[in-house]
Design a protein around this ligand. Structure first.
Ligand code: PHE
Ligand code: ZN
Length: 850
């Protein structure tokens, strides 16, 4: 029966080829007879012809399924089976399709479909995992009402919607198959309740393994705050009587928004002061919010097809960033987001993997869960809000929610709501969805008789498949300051629409100092002739907190680049400016910590490359060390005072204020460690009662190369906590000196606790290797070779995670001929590996072809 021909050439799918489904689904009844290697799935699906379709081919997706039987209206369906699905003759009228298939969750190491993690059954269906569970039209524009029965000896059995008892579940909301979920295992719950704005009581649970029950309280609190926030800010209420979250150890991503049954990577939900850092708490809060917010932006209104992924992801990331800004500090959140955007999305957008926020074609959709779809997608929403204003934004959202509730939508549907409430034509704005690449905006200034003019010129470099770009609409927030640092012109949005666009500011007494792209109002690279004195001035005086930070960052970047290219010594102006920041008591400690962070090695490498210089990772590493050493010396007298003042007494709280104090205190500690041989850090390491303090101290010691003893003690202390041991694995590779990282990573793969099938553990080692620029690009090529070896090994088990991690190679064209040759060799070797997955093949091909 099975098509025995070798795997067909990977199929490229195009947005322009979209056609409506031939048949729609009304109801789905599923019965799962659980067994580790022989689970039976019985399905009964009520289909009806789609009046909007012309084609009547009855085709169901299905992969790696053993078909036991298939009937249409009770008669043998005479189904034709291939590796990818099933076809049969179906009536041109409503009918019932029934099937029984067998699957093997135990041997499913791809973690897609139904699989097992530590003895527990769980599912991951987005994007196309449901087809590994049973035959189904596995596309998001087919929505059905699911009833699920789970048979098995597991004490806890969960699915979407409402609990009917006895392992039976009913979800009243029609949903696409990618939102289906099932969990069964020996779990315990952390329960709570939430009263919604209309007075309904919702039962909430976080389900975990027994030993993790003490790590649920923070996640539950974050969930309740998210529910409240979405009611208050977007007017969105929860729509079931029950909301379940489950923590699983083996998960490819952060978490998944399955209707009423969110499944989380345990690293994205479990938290305790002893085992989680402040950064972990912030991330967990954001992911809980993100998945919860999907209930409206993603579930109630879903995507018509996977090209529209940003419709739910860009919007939901934007919503979770608003939430974090409201719960914590808007300035700090914006700075953190921009650091991450530049590190991941700008890097992607300026390399071989660049693609539009809404891609026009793909081979493997799993490869498009990218920083561009998510983070640039969120930036696009932020720009829309800036352009039309808050009131129109929320009005447009309300229209979207009422008009499209229960539908599978497109970006056009979304934008039409805003065109309608504003009367504005968003055609040019839509280019943000279709054109890849980070726009570069050059700025020139002119001053004459009270009028100050800023002239912007935009240019977006070619990206794969897109040689020529049209000018986009770019909202550039500009404020003007006088010499005394007072604001002489409040923030104004300069709406750039042409290639060259001038903006005039009149009635000024003297030539002002401009503060451009405040709040990072547009995701662009600003090319501005600015001297370091002006940057230091803005770092001291800008009234916009983002641009205040940005000025310091530009200063640091310039200083580092001149150290690398001209062997310059660290600029005194930069050291003085940092000292002024440290002494300014009006500043938030969290801001100070961010102002002291230097651009990453990867940032500097890209900046050098953009400036026509081939980056040398070794030199960048040494420069960073020299600069930090100079900062430590310049701050020598101040550091002990800062450190003492930033100690937080009393019981641990992960709130933004306490976290900010710890962050700034630990910046001081890492600088101090460069001067005191690690004395203070050792004391902190030994007395710490929370993970932030313990891990910061360990990092400082490792960076100063005096951390071996502490590292061993840490491993011994936490050997039974897998999430902490992930940190231990990652730390050693991240903090390995210069080109020592590949050998360190290799040694760790022989550690008894290294487990390549656990994505968190694999990422701890190899994500850290990819992130250690000098180590990964070690001149002998050992970093490239090691990663390629392991990606080939991992690909055989888990193609998604292997493909995702191949992005480590996306910057290969930046480097010298030797490194390029070695990276090309590593990529070619992966490409030639036998039985390579379509996922990894698509990635290495795209990386090589650019
Ligand atoms: N939809 C998930 C989210 O962003 C991400 C995800 C995608 C998880 C694919 C698993 C698989 O919230
Ligand atoms: Zn999401």
């Amino acid at each position: 029966m099975k098509d025995a021909s070798p795997a067909a050439a990977p199929l490229e799918i195009f947005l322009s080829d979209y056609t409506p489904p031939a048949y729609l689904v009304d109801t789905v009844e599923l019965v799962f007879k659980l067994h580790p290697t022989a689970t039976r799935v019985l399905s009964k699906i009520a289909f009806r012809p789609n009046p909007e379709a012309t084609d009547r081919t009855f085709y169901l997706h299905g992969e790696q399924l053993k078909l036991i039987s298939a009937t249409i209206d009770g008669k043998d369906a005479n189904a034709k089976i291939t590796d990818l699905g099933l076809t049969a003759q179906a009536p041109d009228a409503p009918f019932v399709f029934e099937a029984e298939v067998e699957i093997s969750p135990q041997t499913n190491t791809a973690l897609e479909g139904l699989y097992m993690s530590n003895g527990m059954y769980c599912t991951q269906c987005e994007a196309e995992g449901f087809r590994k569970i049973t035959y189904y039209p596995d596309r998001p524009d087919v929505m059905g009402v699911f009833t699920v029965t789970i048979e098995g000896s597991e004490p806890v059995k969960l699915s979407n919607g409402n609990d009917l008892g006895g392992g039976k579940w009913h979800d009243p909301w029609p949903k696409p198959a990618y939102l289906f979920a099932l969990v069964a295992g020996d779990l315990v719950n952390h329960p709570d309740t939430f009263n919604t704005m209309s007075g309904k009581q919702v039962e909430l649970n976080i389900w975990v393994r027994k030993g993790d029950l003490n790590k649920c309280a923070f996640g539950m609190d974050a969930l309740k705050r998210s529910m409240k926030w979405d009611e208050e800010v977007y007017g969105r209420e929860y729509d079931l009587d029950l909301f379940n979250i489950v923590a699983v150890d083996d998960f490819n991503m952060g978490a998944m928004e399955n209707k009423g049954l969110n499944i989380f990577n345990s690293s994205a939900v479990l938290a305790s002061p002893e085992t989680s850092t402040d950064a972990n708490f912030e991330r967990i809060e954001a992911i809980i919010a993100h998945e919860y917010f999907h209930n409206w932006t993603g579930n109630r209104i879903t995507c018509r097809d996977w090209f529209q992924l940003c419709l739910k992801e860009g919007l939901t990331v934007y919503r979770d960033s608003q939430f974090t800004a409201d719960e914590r500090s808007p300035a700090v959140k914006r700075i953190e987001d921009v650091i991450a955007l530049r590190a991941r999305q700008f890097r992607e957008d300026n390399g071989p993997l660049a693609h539009p926020v809404r891609p026009e074609s793909f081979v493997e959709i799993n490869n498009f869960y990218t920083a561009t779809v998510y983070e640039k997608g969120a930036e696009v929403i932020g720009m829309l809000k800036t352009l039309i204003g808050d009131e129109a934004y929320y009005k447009g959202c309300d229209l979207y929610f009422t008009r499209h509730d229960g539908q599978a939508c497109t970006i056009e549907d979304w934008l039409a709501c805003f065109e309608e409430v504003t009367g504005r034509d968003l055609t040019q704005f839509k280019l943000w969805y279709s054109q890849a690449g980070t726009p570069r905006v050059a700025v020139k200034e002119a001053w004459s008789e009270g009028t100050y003019t800023l002239t912007f010129t935009q240019d977006t470099p070619p990206t794969p498949g897109q040689d020529v770009k049209d000018p986009k609409v770019i909202p550039i927030a500009v404020g003007l300051l006088n010499d005394a640092g007072e604001e002489v012109h409040a923030t104004r949005i300069c709406e750039m629409t042409d290639v060259v666009h001038a903006f005039r500011f009149t009635g000024l007494d003297a030539k002002p100092v401009p503060s451009i792209n405040r709040g990072f109002s547009a995701p662009i690279i600003l090319e501005q002739d600015q001297d370091n004195a002006t940057r230091a001035f803005l770092l001291a005086h800008d009234t916009d907190p983002f641009n205040k930070w940005e000025a310091g960052r530009a200063l640091a970047r310039d200083v580092m680049i001149r150290m690398v290219t001209e062997d310059a010594t660290p600029d005194q102006a930069y050291l003085d400016a940092l000292l002024a920041v440290a002494r300014d008591d009006t500043l938030d400690p969290a801001f100070k910590a961010l102002a002291f962070s230097t651009p990453s090695a990867d940032d500097i490498a890209q900046a050098l490359f953009d400036g026509g210089v081939t980056p040398d990772p070794t030199k960048i590493y040494n420069t960073t060390q020299t600069l930090r050493q100079s900062v430590a010396h310049a701050m020598q007298d101040t550091l002990p005072r800062i450190y003492a003042e930033m100690q937080v007494d009393g019981p641990f709280s992960p709130d933004a204020e306490a976290a900010g104090k710890r962050a700034w205190g630990n910046v001081a500690l890492s600088l101090l460690t460069r001067l005191d041989g690690g004395a203070q850090a050792r004391t902190q390491f030994e007395s710490a009662d929370n993970m932030t303090q313990q891990l910061s101290a360990l990092g400082a010691l490792l960076r100063a190369e005096v951390g071996e003893e502490a590292s061993n003690a840490f491993c011994e202390q936490w050997k039974d906590d897998r999430l902490v041991i992930d940190k231990w694995f990652a730390m050693q590779v991240s903090y390995a000196k210069l080109d020592a990282a590949p050998a360190t990573a290799k040694a760790l793969t022989n550690h008894p606790d290294f487990d390549m099938t656990n994505p968190n553990r694999f990422r701890a080692v190899f994500g850290a290797l990819a992130g250690n620029t000098a180590g990964f690009h070690s001149p002998d090529g050992s970093g490239y070779a090691l990663l390629a070896d392991w990606l080939i090994k991992l690909d055989a088990k888990n193609p998604q995670t292997a493909a995702r991690m191949s992005t480590a190679f996306e910057t290969w064209k930046r480097y010298d001929a030797d490194r390029q040759a070695m990276m090309r060799e590593a990529l070619e070797r992966m490409k030639a590996a036998s039985n390579l997955s379509g996922d990894l093949l698509e990635m290495v091909t795209r990386i090589l072809n650019a």
